[in-house]
Design a protein around this ligand. Structure first.
Ligand code: SAH
Length: 450
């Protein structure tokens, strides 16, 4: 059966896409539907037809999934960024664990892998320590909130269920200031106006850094805003200037307006100074669980030499350094390596070396030069690792490879390659870093079979 735009189709949602949209399957055709959950029987209207799939709008839920939560959470924010919010958390965890299993089976060809149940959060709310909130305007009224998924429409919100409560209060202070002083919203088309985004970062003791993203250097009524923000536990205020037309939140230039240069956070006993532009694990509590698993899998001892590929600001390298002889971190973003070096000093760690460059270029070169190591941990971005990295791993033949992944499909592809080259998968542990979204994080232990 071939569908056309405008057709109305009925059926049951059987899966989620990686964006958290519902997947409806009819007559061997797959249709993606926003705001529909697994188990829902739905009526949808087709908006787009491609060769292998279609996209549709939800018209009506004919029969609700038994896995919808009993009392929908009252939200003032868009459900777009948290598509699974109405799906029972226990079912979210089951779906994510199963996704890892299925990807390893379908993409990796690995049937009997031990995939443990995903480690979830006891309270899966307010876990994000960094939010970037767009500012817009509807009928002359300032709107602060998230975009509806895939659109330019911003939903006005009082706060977000994923960020710390101080973040909600910051939004209300800024909204009040905007109204009082008539602060114009930035318009990307004509490049007029002031405020574009609000960045909020928080740390372990709920101190906040506020980043006001503006379209030019001009920021009127600054001192009035700083004064009202000071009523909260805000230790640092920055202005970020973003003149570009792109949808990237932050521009290159940061100007400190008040307070400290950095926010201090911890992962276990290790301190990290976080600049406004530094990457830091968004869910600190779950990151600790993940890193502990990494340590357990690496089974470290004082003779070990470890490569930490895709090392970012050095969080994994620093957490394992005192148990081993030497760690090498490889990371492409220069500022991240600089942060990693600062963090090493801050924690008095001396046996790590951070190298800036692409893993697929630097790592094979190093192996070529015969710099040996017996263990590897890698934490690549969504697209997984390049084949040069996999080749260099098999060239090096470390006894242990620990792969941290935020995308189980590319992980399954890469793991298959290593299995073909005499590695065996010992165990996989998914850890929920992003409750209410369809993002799946997992860690996998592989050993060399000889
Ligand atoms: N392990 C770190 C960061 C993981 S995120 C942590 O837990 O904090 C993935 C990292 O890979 C990012 O820092 C990104 O900048 C880096 N990266 C992306 N492509 C890369 C490449 N080709 N070579 C090296 N690093 C890369």
């Amino acid at each position: 059966m071939i569908y056309k735009i405008g057709d109305v189709v009925e059926g049951r949602i059987i899966d989620f896409t990686h964006e958290g949209n519902g997947v409806l399957k009819t007559d061997d055709f797959i249709i993606f539907v926003k705001e529909a959950l697994i188990g829902d029987k739905v009526k949808v209207k087709i908006d787009k037809v491609k060769k292998n799939y279609g996209v549709a709008t939800l018209v009506e839920i004919l029969e609700e999934s038994k896995d919808r939560i009993d009392e929908p959470i009252d939200l003032t924010e868009s459900r777009g960024g948290i598509p699974l919010i109405d799906y029972k958390y226990s079912e979210q965890l089951k779906w994510k664990t199963n996704k890892v299993k299925m990807d390893l089976k379908r993409i990796g060809g690995l049937k009997d892998v031990k995939v443990k149940d995903m480690i979830g959060m006891k309270t899966p709310f307010r876990y994000r320590n960094h939010t970037q909130i767009p500012v817009g305007q509807v009928k002359g009224k300032p709107i602060i909130g998230f975009y509806e998924k895939g659109s330019r429409y911003i939903i006005d919100m009082e706060g977000s269920i994923l960020q710390s409560k101080i973040g909600d209060r910051i939004i209300s202070i800024i909204r009040k200031w905007m109204k009082e002083y008539n602060i114009p919203i930035y318009n990307r088309r004509n490049r007029k106006g002031i405020l574009r985004h609000i960045g909020i970062r928080t740390n372990y003791k709920d101190e906040a850094m506020v980043i006001l993203v503006t379209g030019s250097n001009h920021l009127p009524y600054k001192s009035e805003l700083i004064q009202s923000l000071r009523e909260e536990n805000i230790i640092s205020i920055y202005q970020n200037i973003n003149k570009s037309r792109s949808s990237m939140t932050y521009g290159k230039k940061y100007k400190k307006l008040d307070g400290e240069d950095t926010l201090l956070d911890y992962i276990e006993d290790y301190k990290f100074k976080i600049s406004p532009n530094s990457f830091f694990q968004v869910n600190r509590r779950q990151a600790e669980i993940l890193y502990n698993k990494a340590k357990e899998y690496l089974d470290l001892n004082k003779e070990d030499i470890v490569y930490d590929l895709y090392s970012g600001i050095g969080t994994i390298s620093l957490c394992i350094a005192n148990q081993v002889k030497k760690v090498y971190g490889i990371e492409v973003v220069e500022e991240a390596t600089e942060d990693a070096e600062i963090n090493a000093k801050l924690n008095n760690v001396k046996n790590v070396e951070f190298i800036t460059g692409k893993a697929e270029e630097i790592f094979p070169e190093i192996i070529e030069k015969n710099r040996r190591a017996n263990k590897i941990i890698l934490d690549p971005p969504r697209k997984g690792v390049e084949k040069e990295v996999l080749e260099a791993i098999t060239e090096l033949e470390p006894d242990t490879v620990v792969y941290v992944s935020c995308n189980s499909s590319t992980m399954a592809r890469d793991v298959k390659d290593l299995v073909d080259k005499r590695y065996k998968v010992v165990e996989v542990q998914p850890v929920d870093m992003f409750p209410h979204t369809a993002h799946v994080e997992s860690i996998i232990l592989m050993t060399y079979c000889g």
